[in-house]
Ligand binder design. Sequence first.
Ligand code: CTP
Ligand code: MG
Length: 228
Amino acid sequence: MNYSVVIPAAGQGKRMQAGKNKQFIHLRNEPIIVHTLKAFVSDPWCDRIILVVNKEERKEMGELCSFLSDKKQIMIVNGGLERQQSVKCGIDAIDGEGIVLVHDGARPFINQEIIHLLVNDAAKSGAATVAVPVKDTVKRVKDYKVLETMKREELWSIQTPQAFDVELLKEAHEKAEAENKLGTDDASLIEWLGKTVSIVQGDYTNIKLTTPEDLLFAEAILTQKEKV
Ligand code: CTP
Ligand code: MG
């Protein structure tokens, strides 16, 4: 089952405090974004990669991709101020029907088995996301006071990739933009249309590199992956 993937990489990486976009931080001699791209370049189901970048970083990103582009076409488009706007810039570059994945540039440890489970689910359901059950007890808090304790068995941490019927995702983005609503993931926009999003259970190593200590976990995950 073939698909296109939009990879938003046009953020600032502020929480990583690296003084540059975290996509360029090296893990085992390669930038994070190259690790992420490789997961899709090597997947025979992946037809097309759309990488969304900051306008000022376009040249540098293009150079990083050039050695991967021999194997698969990587289209580069400029992003926007918020993640949601960057994803919209990416999906606007897709014509035709089919399945589109959205996957954070900052999640380099995604594997092909989970991508395929997700794509198969979205082909049936129209909208699906990878997620894992939360491990911690989660409470709602306001002004450092607990409001309530959530039922843990109902809570999942939502990751990417998320997969959608292209037309459905475009409709969801257009409606959200028209209503000035901003979501932190694409599944939220589908929920706002009143549609159901399915969950595909992924794994705990598919972390998003967000804060400096995530780089320590990344090293450990790479060490483990090298053993298998
Ligand atoms: N992203 C994007 N365009 C934006 C903001 C984010 O393409 N305007 C991308 C990031 O590059 C990242 C993904 O969306 O791959 C998830 O966002 P996040 O982890 O929040 O990354 P940043 O926004 O770069 O980090 P921060 O919020 O700490 O500044
Ligand atoms: Mg961000």
